[in-house]
Write a protein that binds this ligand. Structure first.
Ligand code: BT5
Length: 318
C-alpha cells in the first residue's frame, strides 16, 4: 500500500481528519500528507480541507486499485492491479508484465483503449465506461487443455452478470450475449511450447456503462451495453470485483465441471449455427461440447462433426 492509499484509508474511516493526525498515525511528514492529497485529487477524489481537517466528499468512478482493493474478496486474482486511464491494449501490456514475471491472477485494467484487439487481428472498440482488462494466468496445464480455460472466462462473466440481474448467455466459444446481442468478448493469448504453457493472457471486454452509439456503426446492430439493457448505469467496481471472484472460483476446476457450468448458460446448444472456419463455412445444429470444449455439430446428413475453432453465427430460428 503506498502513502496515498493509506491516507485514503484514513479519510474513509474518519469524517474529518487533520493533517497532523494523519501524519502522526501514518508516521509521515505533513508535506507527504499534502502530496498524497494532491495525488488523490489528481485521480478525481474530491477532498475538502479547512482548519478542522480533511473530509472525503466523493470518490471517482474508476476501476483503480484504490477503489477495488477494499471490495475484492479474492485470494489471488487482482492482488496486483495496474490501472491506466487509457492504453493501446491491456493484452499487450499484460504480455509485457507476464514476461517480467508478474504472478498468476495479476490484472491490467484501463478506462479506455485506443487500439483494443479482437480475435484474428480484428479490432475491439473500447470507449470510456466499459470494463476492459486482461488477466495474467500461469495455470499448471498443457496447451491442449487451454480451451476449457477460455470457456471459464466467459462462464465467470456470464455468472457475474446473472448475479447483477442480467439474463446473460454464452455463445460458443466465448462471447457473452444479452438478448442475442454481444455485450462481452474475450481474447485468449498463449505463450509457451507444445508441452508447456509459460503464461496465458486473457483479455475481457465488457460494454458496461457505454452507449451503443459510442461503438462503431458497423457493430451496433449486433452489440449491446449494460447501460442500454438496464436503462441506468451499473456499478462497474462491484461488477468487476464479482467477475474476478467468479473467475477465481472456476479457475482450477476440472474440465467436466467447467463445461457443465458453461452449458447451463449456453445460447448456442440446440441452435442452428453457421461456423466460419479457416477452411470455409459449415452449417448445422449445435448439439454438445466434447470434453475439451470443442463444439459438436450435427450436419443436415445427420453426421456429427467436431469443431475446434471458428466464428459461430447463430442463425435465425425459422
Ligand atoms: C472478441 O473478438 O470478442 C475479443 C474482444 C476482447 C476485448 C478485450 S478488452 C481487454 C483486452 N484488451 C484487448 O486489446 N482486447 C481484450 P472477436 O470475436 O474477434 O470480435 C471482434 C468483433 O466484434 C469486431 O470485428 C467487431 O465486429 C465487433 N466489436 C468491436 N468492438 C465491439 C464492442 N465493443 N462490442 C461488441 N462488438 C464489438
Amino acid at each position: 500500500m503506498n502513502t496515498a492509499e493509506s491516507v485514503l484509508g484514513m479519510l474513509r474511516e474518519k469524517d474529518r481528519a487533520s493533517g497532523e493526525a494523519i501524519a502522526k498515525t501514518l508516521k509521515i511528514s505533513r508535506t507527504a500528507v499534502w502530496k498524497a492529497m494532491n495525488g488523490l485529487r489528481d485521480l478525481g477524489y474530491v477532498v475538502d480541507g479547512d482548519h478542522k481537517g480533511y473530509h472525503l466528499v466523493s470518490v471517482p468512478d474508476l476501476l483503480h486499485p484504490f477503489e477495488l482493493r477494499p471490495i475484492l474478496r479474492t485470494k489471488t486474482f487482482g492482488k496486483k492491479i495496474e490501472h491506466h486511464m487509457t492504453i493501446g491494449s491491456t493484452n499487450e501490456r499484460a504480455r509485457e508484465l507476464a514476461e517480467e514475471g508478474w504472478p498468476d491472477g495479476s490484472v491490467v485494467v484501463s478506462e479506455a483503449q485506443e487500439t483494443g484487439k479482437g480475435r484474428l487481428g480484428r479490432g475491439w472498440s473500447s470507449p470510456r465506461g466499459g470494463i476492459w482488462f486482461s488477466l495474467i494466468l500461469t495455470p499448471d496445464m498443457r496447451p491442449n487443455e487451454a480451451p476449457t480455460l477460455t470457456l471459464s472466462g466467459g462462464t465467470a462473466v456470464a455468472e457475474a452478470l446473472v448475479k447483477a440481474g442480467f439474463d446473460a448467455k454464452l455463445k460458443w466459444p466465448n462471447d457473452v450475449l444479452i438478448g442475442d446481442k454481444k455485450v462481452c468478448g474475450i481474447l485468449t493469448e498463449m505463450s509457451g511450447e507444445m508441452e508447456r504453457i509459460d503464461y496465458i493472457v486473457m483479455g475481457i471486454g465488457i460494454n458496461a456503462n457505454c452507449r451503443v452509439e459510442d461503438l462503431p456503426k458497423e457493430v451496433r446492430a449486433k452489440a449491446t451495453t449494460l447501460l442500454e439493457v438496464k436503462g441506468s448505469p451499473v456499478n462497474r467496481k462491484k461488477l468487476f470485483a464479482d467477475i474476478l471472484l467468479a473467475f477465481e472460483g472456476i479457475y482450477g476446476l476440472g474440465p467436466d465441471e467447467i463445461i457443465s457450468r458453461w452449458k447451463k448458460r449456453s445460447a448456442t446448444l440446440g441452435r442452428r449455427v453457421r461456423i466460419h472456419t479457416q477452411n470455409g463455412d459449415i452449417e448445422g445444429t449445435a448439439r454438445d461440447l466434447d470434453a475439451t470444449g470443442a463444439l459438436i455439430l450435427e450436419l443436415a446428413s445427420g453426421e456429427r462433426q467436431t469443431i475446434y475453432s471458428g466464428d459461430c453465427e447463430h442463425l435465425r430460428i425459422v
